[in-house]
Every structure is written in structure tokens, then in C-alpha cells.
Write a protein of this length. Sequence first.
Lengths: 266, 318
Amino acid sequence: MKPSLLASFNRAGAWVLLMFLVLPALIAIPVSLTPKRFLSMPKGEYSLRHFEKLFTSEEWMSSFGQSAIIALSTSLLATILGTLCAIGLWRVSSKYSEVVRAFLLLPLIIPQIISAMAFYRLWIPMGLLDSYLGLILAHTILATPMVLITVSASLANFDPKLEQASRNLGASNWVTVRRVILPSVRPGVLAGALFAFILSWDEIVVTLFISKYSVYTLPRRMWNGIRENTDPTVAAAAVVLIALTIIAFVVYAILSRRNAKVKTSL
Amino acid sequence: MFGTFCAVNDVSLDIQKGEFLTLLGPSGSGKTTLLMMIAGFLDITSGDISLDSETLIGVPPEKRNFGMVFQGYALFPHMTVRDNIGYALSVRKTPKAEIDIRVEEMLELVQLQSFADRKPNQLSGGQQQRVALARALCFSPPVLLLDEPLGALDKKLRVEVQEQLKDIHRRVGTTFIYVTHDQEEALSMSDRVVIMRDGAIEQIGSPKELYEKPESKFSAGFLGKSNFLYLEDGTYALRPEKIDIAAEGAGAAPRMTGKVRSVTYFGSIQRVMVETDEAGELEVDVDNWRNPTSFRAGQNVDLMWEDHAAVMLQRSED
């Protein structure tokens, strides 16, 4: 009796924890369906008017587009930089490379508000304030450590003999990276790219500091929407974001399961 | 003369063109280190490694043109057997048609034609080993380095693959440098064996020379089994199968007498441990067909051997 009691207790605990983590995010769903003009729970009546407003509003659509451009560029840049960093540190692999690695992870450790101030101070003289380039660079700096971590994790499972085999067979360093190392760490690269995208996609702290009029990302518009006019369109946007995130993760899960299948048939 | 290298600990070794040379030693003896130095993955601090009297110092591994079969094979998991084998040619920008022809040849050499489009993880250990061999030989390297290539295979398969390896060595004529800790492998496959110990060469010679004329206790004990006799004029190695044994009084001109400690039956031989006064415990392998006498523990026996059966390792210092 005892183990089954413990098991059901564990199961109940797991569900409570899951609800605790997920429910606050899901609250956006009923709120987005309210027929009223302010943030509220719908009472018996439901309406899609806020979704309609979201998808017909030029401002909201432009913010979606801007966020997409910035997040995709960030993801691309951070993935390239982070992957090269990870491979380089793995190749060198000395106690100094561990120090360098710690430094590279700093942007992830330092509170974002401090990074935000630093970017603000630096971007003014460089003329990068309130520009796509400024945001993409700032987000890339924040996201690169994510890629470094995921690719390094993949490299930890990579057999260094494969690199030796490639060199022994006549491949230069670069050819070895391209034809042997990269295909082997692809899951880590993909995960890093996804994390980098998400980081940029919902980044608000740094964005608030270094953008003003010409760049207006989605999180920024949602922030303003809540602060200034408690507009339920924000909830509709949140639902769209949640849906996109779930879709992205499902795609990622399918891809990595396919990879895992290839691996487990070893 | 093919090449000379000095490595590990003031080690100097000439390797002949086309020979099958085995580096044999226990783990930690420096045999793999030596191989990695030849392959170019480890730098040497002093001395020289040369090929056809041209130094290889400072030449990166990818420019050395040595084939290598790695421990655990190191096949590229994301490539098919065909792509694995053709890799060396494809990174050399060989035209595709040429690569295809050469890969077919190699597939035929290692008898894997029907597995060309499989991934390495869909192959058995023995098949993977053959792919690794074909991959390393595909670009016709002058030297093939093999790092314990049979270590992952079970015993029965190992004997089979030994034969295949010897056959392939004969057919391609490439110099093989083979690292192993398995003395049977070393004896049965090599033209010459280098016995290594603590980063230095203990003895070099053909398998027969090493077995019949060991120069040290280590060589005698590592390659095959050996009894050691500490006689007045020096230390001798005496192989267990070179001792004749008979019941007490039945032997002609016995050299020693002793008491049987234990008898173990192995089919073709029985291993008799004999306690002697002069030399302590001696191991005697009795050929069951030539000498069908059954021995039992506690029995007194005569031991005989020919003069040249015992090999002097060290003369007493006086």
C-alpha cells in the first residue's frame, strides 16, 4: 500500500507544480476572449474582437514584423558566434579556455537591467540607439551564451577520435568542422538557435532602454498596452505568442526525437 | 630502410617498407603514445620522426598521408559506409567518378559491397572494423597505423579478423604499424614485434626470435609463459613446454626432481606445477599425445630438458 500511496502523492504533486507553472500564462486565453474594452475575465459572453483588432491593427502587425526580424537576425548571429566559440573552446580545452568560457557566460549571469544600462551608455555615442542594428547587437550579446551552452553540451558527447580520424584522412581544420563536427553537434546548434530566438522575441528590459520610436518590438507594445490603456488586445497578442511558442517547441521536439531515433539504433 | 624515429624515451626504431610491425606492451607502456606521435597527434619534444629520410616534425596530421584505424574505429556516424570510405579522397577533391571506382574496390577488398549504403550504427562490430580499415586504406597511404583494432571484438571473431588483416596486408603491400597488448595477436600476425615497457623498447625481433631468444625477464614473461631459473652462472628462461617430465626414477638423466603441486587438464596439454628444491615452483606443459602419463598432486617426478632449451637472460656478476 505504502509505495502506491507515495506514488499517487507524487503524481498529485507533479500536477500541482505543473498548474503552478502553466496556469498564470494560460490566464491570457479567457481574458483575450472578453467582449469588454478593458482587461477582464469574460462572464458568459465571448468575443474574438480583440483578435480581429490585433490582426487588423497596422501598429501591432508592424511590431510582430519588427520582432520577427530582430529575433531571426539575433538567432542567426548568436548561433554562428556561439557555435564557433564552443568549438574553439572545445578544441583548445585548457584551463585558460575555462576562464574564457566563464567570461563568455557573463552576459547570462549579469542582471539584465545592468546590461541594459551598459548598452544605453555605449549605444548613444555609437549612434545605435533606437535602431534595428542596435537591438540586434544587444540581443546577440545576450543570446550568444545560450548557444555556447547548448553546443558545448553537444560537444561533450562528441568523440574526439572523430576529429582525429578526419584530420588523419587529410581534412583541414575547417573541413573537419564543416563535415564532421557540425553535423554531430546539430541538435545543440538547433536548440541554441531556438533559445536565442525566444530570448530576443520576448526581451523587454534591454529593449525598453535602447529603443524609442522607430523600433517598436512586440514585447514593448504589450508593455505599453498594459501600462497605458489596459487593452485586451495585449491578451490576444499573448495568446498568439503562446501558440507560436508551443508550435516552435513541438517542431523542435519532433526534430530532436528524429535525431534521437537515429542515435538509439546504434 | 624506410624510416627512423626516436620517441618516447630515447627510442630508436627503423621500420622496413611493407613490413607488419607490432608494438606490443602492457597498458601504459607507451605504445599508443608512439603511434599517436607517428600519426602527428602528439608533438615530440626532441628527436626526429622521418619518412623516406624526410622529417615529419612540424607536418600536421592531415599532411602526413598515414592511414589509421582507431581504437573503437571512429567511423563518422552521420555518413554511410560509402561516404566514410570515400572521405579521404573527397577531401582531396578527387573527381567523383574516380572516388566511386576506388570505393567499390575497397568495398570488395573488405567484402562489404552489400552494406555500402548503411550507416555505421547498422553494422556489427566486425563489419565496422572492416569499414575503418577500408577508409584508412582508400587513399593508398604508404603506412597504415592500427591502434588495437581488434580490441572490441569477441575472441572467436578476433581470430577470424586476424587472418583477414594478414591477407589484406599481403595484398595491398602497405607498411602496417600495429599496436596491441595481446601477445597472441602479435605473435601470429607480425613480421617483427617491438616489446615496449615504461616508454622504452625492451626488445625488437621476429616473433620466433622473441619467443626463442628473449633477452630479459620481461620479454620472456610477456610474450608467452616462462619459468625462471636462478642458477650459479646466471638467470635462465625456460618455456613450460620445453621441460620433459616423468615419474620418479623413470626419467633418463633428470636435471631436477620435485613434487607435483597441482595438475590442470586443458585437452591438448596438461599443466603440471612442480615444486623443486633448486628452482622453486616450475610450470610444465605436458603434450598429452606425446606423453600420456597422468600425473597427480603429491607425486614425485623427474624433470629433464635439453641444454639449449634454457635461455640465459643475465650472467651472474662475479
